[in-house]
Design a binder for this molecule. Structure first.
Ligand SMILES: [Zn+2]
Length: 123
């Protein structure tokens, strides 16, 4: 068995060869770092998606669908790459949702905004 390095401090580990860390202190420090990175990532994505939701809610506050130009959305900082789920209708139209607010690409830079109140009740 090759001597292994601690995943946290990179010092050579003494003792059992299946150990990944020098001690619990190194294990905890490593896990905290890992969680910290992924938590930051999750927080960042959540912020973007919540911002998207807020923009959609502002432009489409009621059940009635609203047609908007791409500029209306991008002007407010909308990020098309981030959403929570996709819904494809039987007619093969794809809605992108940020929580209960969604949009459909109508082509020519126009989007139909919708609210799916039913989705909330189904949860
Ligand atoms: Zn260590």
């Amino acid at each position: 068995m090759e001597p292994k390095e601690c995943l946290h401090c990179l010092k050579r580990i003494q003792g059992r060869s299946d150990k990944k860390f020098c001690d619990n202190q190194c294990r905890n420090a490593f896990n905290n770092t890992q969680n910290g990175v992924s938590n930051n990532y999750i927080r960042k994505l959540n912020r973007i998606i919540k911002k998207n939701r807020g923009i959609l809610e502002e432009l489409c506050p009621t059940d009635k669908s609203v047609k908007v130009h791409r500029k209306e959305l991008t002007k407010q900082g909308f990020s098309f790459e981030y959403f929570t789920n996709i819904y494809t209708t039987k007619a093969a139209k794809t809605y992108y949702f940020c929580y209960e607010f969604g949009y459909l690409d109508l082509g020519a830079d126009y989007f139909a905004l919708v609210v799916n109140k039913k989705a909330l009740k189904e949860l």
